[in-house]
Design a protein around this ligand. Structure first.
Ligand code: NDP
Length: 407
């Protein structure tokens, strides 16, 4: 008789299943016939001298594109580039401080002169001054200036340089799930500030800036602690919330570009990653942390247009999948897995669509784009029969979820 697994063994088994599912998901964008990029494709990564940025640059290089590794420090940037050269990856180095508009403009001009434009922009540079669970806003201005304003500086200077192509140019903002607008524990308490950010119809750059400025004002006058701001990593959370909202806003602004001139923008959370930022705590390596941004950068055109705008959670956060909610319209409640296909209808039988939480990673059997097939228990109720019949059935589901600033 088969021995029952104990708790530890079950947890191990679940971890292995999870890893297996993640590895399946990682293969999504790379079948040869879907590769739209070549060595002519030019990508730029900010804050790439170390951590996740370095890994993003390396993984982009492994796919054969031309990569400009940028770093605010010349020495550390050159050293990072040297490491890549030593492994045969011919990266190009350029100094860039995202908080300096002149540095950003000089870099943009250089890209224009040397490459005639850009195809992929990864805004990865970021700072955080909180360790572990401690919370402080001592460096709030610097955190906002780097994470939010720096990202904006890059998008404003480089969007005009994004080259026309059939697949569309890509912008990926490396953000954080700490910046989710409707996270249960870490949300903005002040409804008058939160609501305008929640819906893309009321979302403007001024709305985002006003929120950030209100926060910085309260930091200055010392009232931030009672201002209803996120309770964890407050300044960092606000900076990433602004990044998420700005991504969503830009997705809306860029949405009416004609075919051939599309620019797709998304933001993602890399997970909790062992880098200098987390004091090498975290539960995944920089290599794993980098892959969501790379995946978003390389998505085949038909999938990227579906994903346009949303916040993509790290695939191994909780739901173990990458994906999105569908749209740019306001969707505060659409988190997690959403079944996209209801089970087969039968005459005289009511069929209840499975709930998001029924779709556990380990029951996913097949992945295609950001849809997956899962065997879910489906409830069928025959007319006049009080007892519901539960039956395992494979249904298509939309995996993972986010929802931009609305999430
Ligand atoms: P690191 O601290 O290892 O790397 C941050 C990078 O950003 C460094 O290269 C740093 O350069 C650079 N940087 C900071 N300020 C500037 C600036 N003004 N101009 C240009 N570059 C700058 O952190 P991670 O690799 O962990 O973080 C990368 C991104 O991932 C960040 O945006 C972070 O917020 C995000 N993230 C990370 C998580 C994690 O668990 N690690 C979780 C969620 C999000 P320098 O070496 O000069 O300081």
């Amino acid at each position: 008789m088969e021995r029952k697994m104990n708790r530890k063994e079950r947890a191990k088994q679940e971890r292995e299943n999870r890893r297996h599912n993640i590895s399946l998901l990682r293969t999504i964008p790379y079948p040869d016939h879907q590769k739209w990029w070549s060595s002519e494709t030019v990508a730029l990564v900010t804050g790439a001298n170390r951590g996740i940025g370095f890994e993003i640059a390396r993984q982009l290089l492994l796919q054969g594109v031309t990569v400009i590794l940028t770093s605010r420090g010349t020495e550390v940037g050159e050293a990072a580039a040297k490491v890549l050269w030593e492994t045969g990856l011919k990266v190009v180095f350029r100094q860039l401080d995202v908080t300096s508009t002149s540095s950003v403009q000089t870099c943009a001009d250089w890209v224009q002169q040397n490459y005639g434009g850009l195809d992929i922009l990864i805004n990865n540079a970021g700072v955080n001054f909180n360790a572990s669970s401690e919370n402080s806003v001592e460096f709030a201005e610097q955190v906002i200036a780097t994470n939010y304003i720096g990202t904006k500086n890059m998008i404003k200077a480089l969007t005009p340089l994004m080259r026309p192509s059939a697949a569309g140019a890509r912008i990926v903002n490396v953000s954080s799930r700490l910046g989710r607008l409707n996270g249960r524990r870490n949300r903005i308490g002040d409804v008058s500030l939160r609501e305008p950010l929640e819906c893309v119809d009321s979302l403007t750059e001024e709305v985002i800036d006003r929120t950030v400025d209100a926060f910085l004002e309260q930091v200055k006058d010392g009232s931030w602690a009672t201002g209803g701001w996120p309770q964890t990593f407050t300044d960092y959370s606000i900076s990433k919330l602004a990044v998420n909202a700005y991504t969503r806003l830009m997705a809306e602004k860029l949405s009416d570009r004609p075919e051939g001139k599309k620019i797709y923008i998304n933001c993602c959370c890399p997970g909790w990653v062992k880098t200098a930022m987390t004091g090498w705590e975290g539960n995944i390596s920089a290599e794993e942390g980098a892959d969501t941004a790379v995946w978003l950068a390389f998505l085949p055109d038909q999938s990227v247009s579906e994903l346009f705008g949303p916040f993509v959670r790290k695939i191994n956060c909780e739901m173990e999948k990458k994906s999105c909610c569908s749209g740019r319209s306001c969707c505060p409640s659409t988190r997690a897995v959403r079944p996209v296909a209801t089970p087969k209808e039968e005459p005289g039988v009511t069929v209840k669509t499975p709930k998001a939480e029924d779709v556990k990673p380990e029951i996913i059997t097949e992945v295609e784009g950001h849809h997956a097939t899962a065997a879910v228990k489906v409830e069928r109720k025959e007319a006049g029969n009080v007892a519901a019949v539960k039956k395992e059935e494979a249904v298509k589901v939309n995996v993972g979820c986010g929802g931009g600033a609305c999430n």
